[in-house]
Design a protein around this ligand. Structure first.
Ligand SMILES: NC(=O)c1ccc[n+]([C@@H]2O[C@H](COP(=O)([O-])OP(=O)(O)OC[C@H]3O[C@@H](n4cnc5c(N)ncnc54)[C@H](O)[C@@H]3O)[C@@H](O)[C@H]2O)c1
Length: 258
């Protein structure tokens, strides 16, 4: 439902990568509720088309594109199309990423390492690099990177895989340097580091028993819902967050306190 307090001239354009499922799809729904125009990138054409149809039926202006975030050319083409359609991009949420099971370092091949870093870290660099000129021109913008509690402090209950934790930690370094580079242009750059969040992807490789063991390490006693990750992301894009930049917002039910 569109926020009744929302004014037409405030309509924002929000670009979300990994938008077709999980946290990215939740973020798309959250910004749609605020009346934003959406630029959605994902490689899952079927899920993307279904989300596009649902949002369009609700009156949301959507540019949905099968864009692989590991392709700099694809990202550039999408950003150009978004600027042509909406004349700018106010908010970028980098949500594409993930891994599909735990492995030790000796089980990870060179190819898996390269692909894991390409998806979870280099893609964020390429996406931000494509969007930054647009935000610099506007002298305004919000960039929000979805890192992970694994990038802050992995635990032996849910350690995952080395390339994932390394990439998600790397994202925090990228966030901080971009915050310094882009601060003079009025662009904030922050990261959200979710704890384990129930999405279909995670449910495919984590057993219910593992979810229970993870929940036992969380002071709030349960893993996160997608909605509980979306709220903090919307906050970082909102006017009250205008003076926050270079920060990492831990959204993990208290599992990690820094
Ligand atoms: N779910 C969790 O427990 C959790 C915890 C911490 C951080 N995160 C992070 O949150 C983000 C979303 O995770 P999720 O669990 O919602 O995942 P998800 O798999 O449900 O959604 C990720 C989306 O990214 C898309 N995608 C994958 N590769 C892509 C590519 N090369 N180009 C474009 N799109 C691509 C997928 O098709 C999918 O739609 C990821 O960055 C993940 O690392 C998730």
């Amino acid at each position: 439902m569109t926020d009744p307090a929302h004014k037409a001239e405030d309509v924002q354009t929000v670009m979300i990568t990994g938008a077709a499922a999980g946290i990215g799809a939740g973020v798309a729904a959250g910004f749609a509720n605020l009346g934003a125009n959406l630029v959605l990138a994902d490689i899952d054409e079927e899920e993307l088309a279904s989300l596009d149809n649902n949002l369009t039926a609700r009156g949301v202006d959507v540019l949905a594109s099968r864009t692989d975030v590991t392709s700099a050319a694809g990202l550039k083409a999408l950003v150009n199309a978004a600027v042509e359609r909406f004349s700018g991009i106010d908010v970028l949420v980098v949500a594409a990423g993930g891994f599909s099971g735990s492995k030790t370092i000796e089980e990870v091949s060179d190819e898996e390492w390269e692909a894991g870093v390409a998806l979870n870290l280099s893609s964020a660099f390429k996406t931000a690099r494509a969007v930054v000129p647009v935000m610099k021109r506007a002298r305004a913008g919000r960039i929000i990177m979805i890192s992970s509690a694994s990038g802050r402090m992995p635990t032996n209950v849910a350690a995952g895989v080395c390339y994932y934790a390394a990439s998600k930690a790397g994202l925090l370094g990228l966030t901080r340097v971009l915050a310094i580079e882009l601060g003079p242009y009025g662009v904030t750059v922050n990261a959200v580091a979710p704890g384990t969040t129930y999405t279909e992807r995670v449910a495919k490789f984590r057993s219910l028993e593992t979810f229970d063991r993870i929940a036992e390490t969380v002071p709030l006693g349960r893993i996160s819902t997608v909605e509980e990750q979306v709220g903090p992301i919307l906050f970082l894009a909102s006017p009250p967050a205008r003076y926050i930049t270079g920060a990492t917002l831990d959204v993990n039910g208290g599992r990690l306190m820094l």
